[in-house]
Design a binder for this molecule. Structure first.
Ligand code: F6R
Length: 607
């Protein structure tokens, strides 16, 4: 997730507006930033890695001339944070500048093709193919709009782009597919930006761009067209009366809720990983004598779920280990033939890095899964994958958890295919199910929110909760519990429902809410038994179960209907969503700020 902004003014300098927009967009990414303006037929460019204020202190964006320009704040996905990889990116001639938010899936093939035709690339980003594609259109006699249209028609993946060029120094062309983009209309000014807060200081009049649209901004007005047909689209503007603070959360009262609702998008981005890195990691995993999945907190829960995925489909025993215990538990036995897959959203968690350092010393192969390009984990791993969730502001991990799950599922599937463990039919079915996850989560969000809110209201004053599941959904239960306890401070327990009789059931008495994660999977018969034993002790049962699961619905006090037909190994992805919402709404009911739970930091970089 990056932030982009563009602006044309009838008079005055654009740089201060772009700079203040960048500051407002900083929450979307902050590892590098850049700006390009056009003045008297010349293109000016400044960019670097680092925080926006630090870059500005070094380069002084404010002295950039011109009343038209674009700017970008980056959250690296392809290529580490560096000056070369910072946006804007230029074509060979230095006449066209592009900023981009999103992921271009087919950039490698486009890059090869462009290089064969003599284009020179200076970065490792996916974005850089765009100015070069536009350059080819311009060279062939197309105007900036036509050349951009031709270029974006070649792109697969997600993008919000803004393009300027000295060839037509009075226009900004922008286009959108899946990444957000809005147009702002001011007094003698036109803007485009990733979101409303970036320009709310300057205008309250907006037009949203839809997927598959391209827009041409000039002082004469804005024209919107369809990318597919080039047909003009007429669009209505709307006025925003939000405060800047509310706008940063896109109208959501908290970042946590915004991030929960972002999951369909972050899952789509996590399905756009570069195949060559998935291939590389899966080959290392396949060759490993033993595979350890090492992480903390929520990331550990993703690892726990992944251990079921690897076992069930790839027939690989992968051991999930809490990073802080890795040294004590396996430190003496880990060796050259082992593979450690470290999972860390931040890539900076102390215990994870310590485990990884030790494993490296013992010559084991270290792999990483992280959300942060340029983090320590990416620097010390033999190979790594970036989950592409964008920055997560809420302290409680939500969208980064489901993205980790979907990346790990893709890895497990790759290893399964390498080992010949999946038939064509099984493989196709899994691939289709993976692809459907963003939409499945979207449906869950739409269908369960009201129901969950009511349940949160009803149970907010309870002082104990139990979360129970079996199989892979033990991980879901643990994650649901962690979400609830970290932001509501309500003591709660989670464990395999099978374990109840071995002790924890003694805690259950009349009125204790017990949340069962109960899809129709291979553990189903046993789960019914576990529900019965909890009911017999007076517990109030809330079940997350398939929408037509009449038998279960008849047994429990409340149920949250879930979509049918989700394969077992993917079920934690949709099933965790109502639990995230439940934790969120209970916190709100108790008057707590879910974005800032007490005693917690987003990244734990100390022992
Ligand atoms: C919980 C949460 C933490 C982190 C944990 C690991 O909501 O966010 O439990 O999951 O601190 O952090 P990373 O993934 O950055 O290593």
């Amino acid at each position: 997730m990056c932030g982009i902004i563009g602006c044309i003014l009838s008079s005055g300098l654009v740089a201060p507006i772009l700079f203040s927009g960048l500051k407002r967009l900083e929450y979307r990414g902050y590892d590098s930033a850049g700006m390009a303006t056009i003045c008297e037929g010349k293109l000016y460019l400044k960019k670097d890695s680092g925080k926006i204020d630090d870059i500005n202190a070094r380069l002084n964006f404010m002295d950039m001339p011109g009343s038209l320009g674009i700017a970008h704040t980056r959250w690296a996905t392809h290529g580490a944070p560096s000056r070369e990889n910072a946006h804007p990116h230029l074509d060979c001639s230095g006449r066209i500048a592009v900023v981009h938010n999103g992921v271009i899936e087919n950039f490698l093939e486009l890059k090869r093709e462009l290089e064969d035709r003599g284009h020179r690339f200076t970065s490792r980003t996916d974005t850089e193919v765009i100015p070069h594609l536009i350059e080819e259109g311009v060279e062939s006699g197309l105007n900036l709009y036509e050349a951009t249209l031709q270029a974006v028609r070649r792109l697969r993946g997600s993008y919000a782009i803004a393009v300027i060029s000295t060839v037509e120094p009075d226009k900004i062309v922008c286009a959108r597919n899946e990444s957000p983009l809005i147009v702002g209309i001011g007094d003698g000014a036109y803007y485009c930006a990733s979101d409303i807060p970036a320009i709310l200081e300057y205008t309250r009049n907006f037009i949203s761009m839809d997927n598959g649209e391209i827009a041409i901004l000039s002082l004469g007005g804005v024209e919107f067209r369809k990318i597919s047909s080039g047909e003009i689209v007429s669009k209505k503007s709307f006025t925003v009366d939000w405060s800047v603070e509310l706008a940063e959360k896109q109208g959501y009262p908290h970042f946590m809720l915004k991030e929960i609702y972002e999951q369909p998008l972050s899952l789509r981005n996590a399905l756009r990983l570069q195949e060559q890195y998935l291939d590389l990691l899966s080959r290392f995993i396949d060759r490993g004598e033993r595979v350890f999945l090492v992480a903390c907190g929520t990331s550990y829960h993703a690892c726990l779920a992944a251990s079921y995925m690897f076992s069930k489909i790839a027939k690989v025993a992968a051991f999930p280990v809490v990073a802080s215990e890795f040294l004590e538990q396996y430190g003496d036995s880990v060796g050259i033939d082992d593979v450690i897959l470290a999972v860390s959203q931040s890539g900076e968690t102390y215990d994870v890095l310590r485990a990884v350092d030790h494993a490296r010393m013992k010559a084991a192969t270290v792999l990483g899964l992280t959300n942060t390009v340029g983090s320590t984990l990416t620097r010390i791993s033999r190979a790594y994958i970036v989950q592409q969730s964008g920055p997560e502001i809420g302290v409680a991990a939500t969208k980064t958890f489901t993205s980790q799950l979907i990346v790990l599922a893709q890895l497990a599937m790759k290893v399964a295919n390498l080992r010949g463990k999946l038939s064509q039919q099984e493989s196709d079915h899994l691939r289709d199910s993976l692809k459907s996850m963003p939409e499945v989560v979207n449906r869950v969000l739409n269908s369960c929110a009201d129901n969950v809110k009511l349940l949160a209201k009803r149970y907010a004053k309870k002082n104990l909760f139990l979360f129970l599941g079996r199989g892979i959904n033990v991980a879901t239960a643990l994650e649901g519990r962690l979400k609830l306890l970290e932001i509501t401070y309500i003591p709660s327990l989670a464990f395999s429902a099978a374990e109840s009789k071995h002790g924890p059931i003694s805690i259950v008495e009349k009125g204790v809410p017990v949340i069962f994660i109960a899809p129709r999977d291979s553990t189903r018969k046993e789960i019914v038994g576990n529900i019965m034993e909890m009911k017999a002790r007076g517990a109030e049962i809330i079940a997350l179960c398939e929408e037509d699961d009449g038998e279960l619905i008849g047994l429990v006090d409340h149920h949250i209907p879930m979509p049918k037909g989700v394969p077992d190994i993917l079920s934690p992805i949709p099933y965790v969503v109502p639990l995230q919402l439940f934790a969120y709404y209970v916190a709100v009911e108790r008057g707590l700020d879910p974005d800032k739970p007490r005693n917690l930091a987003k990244s734990v970089t100390v022992p």
